[in-house]
Design a binder for this molecule. Structure first.
Ligand SMILES: Nc1ncnc2c1ncn2[C@@H]1O[C@H](COP(=O)(O)OP(=O)(O)OP(=O)(O)O)[C@@H](O)[C@H]1O
Ligand SMILES: [Mg+2]
Length: 269
């Protein structure tokens, strides 16, 4: 399978803080990959670098064989890439439904507004139907009429995912989609993300929730101190020296026990 995304020796610092010090990995078409690592190791920075929010200093990022590391966010997005944010913020003057409609890639243009044709009306109807499906799927239908800024943190997370899906991405990057989402809804969200992946969308998911990682990802990439320290299956995580060191800073035969006990690695249910 071909590499959709290729990072090579990506380097990024903020002042004296050397956050990414040579990140390299490939993501293949159709994969659902978990991106893990301790707090502050640079996971969100990697997503920001890929999507053009944070220019890198060295190395390269390719999307489908083309360099994108010097492109601004809207040009990366134009290549069917969508992302969510760890802490989403929503506009105060738009409703949830309006935010979702605005996230659509379908554009009708000025003439369409002045002289709506049968075709533009058809596109708008399709867009509304897609928005309605996503509101239902992500349990947001009941809050569709509310100001987007007024809904809960967990609901904003779900709205961020719905907006990303309105963009019909071929590559979707999610930053901690499970955080702040009620446990009952997490199972549903896992099902939604799996089915999106089964429909051909490549997913990279930053997540601390090991249940999610074990249940949905075939592959995990672990970052620590600015580097890729593991690229393995979820079941290999608890025995991986680089992973144990990343979370505990030491490697002994019993080192994984506390990680397993606290659910950081190895939890599958
Ligand atoms: N725009 C910025 N300006 C200055 N420092 C930044 C910026 N963005 C990130 N950093 C720093 O980069 C480091 C990595 O941050 P990042 O948000 O990528 O970590 P993370 O792995 O996503 O952590 P978490 O699991 O807590 O979300 C942190 O030390 C952070 O303070
Ligand atoms: Mg983060």
């Amino acid at each position: 399978m071909s590499a959709v995304l290729k990072l090579r020796d990506v380097y990024k610092s903020f002042g004296g803080n050397h956050v990414l010090t040579g990140i390299s990995f490939d993501i293949l078409s159709g994969e659902l990959v978990g991106l893990l690592g301790p707090n502050g190791c640079g996971k969100s920075t990697v997503l920001n670098a890929i999507t053009g929010y944070c220019p890198i200093e060295r190395g390269s990022i390719e999307l489908n064989g083309q360099r994108v590391d010097a492109l601004p966010p809207h040009e990366v997005a134009a290549r069917a890439v969508r992302r969510t944010f760890q802490l989403p913020s929503m506009p105060a003057r738009m409703t949830v439904g309006e935010v979702l409609m605005a996230a659509s890639t379908q554009r009708h243009g000025l003439f369409a507004t002045l002289l709506p044709s049968a075709r533009t009306k058809h596109i708008e109807a399709q867009t509304r139907e897609r928005a309605r499906q996503l509101l239902d799927e992500l349990l947001l239908a009941k809050v569709a009429h509310l100001p987007a800024a007024s809904i809960s943190g967990g609901q904003k997370k779900l709205l961020g995912i719905a907006c990303a899906l309105m963009g019909e991405p071929s590559l979707l990057l999610l930053d901690e989609p499970m955080a702040g989402v009620h446990p009952n809804l997490r199972t549903e969200l896992m099902r939604v993300l799996k089915s999106i992946n089964e429909r051909g969308v490549t997913l990279v998911v930053v997540e601390h929730d090991m249940h999610f990682i074990a249940q949905t990802c075939a592959r995990c990439i672990v970052l620590d101190r600015g580097r890729t320290v593991a690229d393995c299956t979820p079941s290999e995580l608890e025995h991986h020296e680089g992973v144990v060191e990343a979370y505990l800073g030491r490697t002994t035969k019993t080192a994984t026990a506390p990680l397993r006990a606290q659910g950081t690695i190895g939890a599958t249910a």
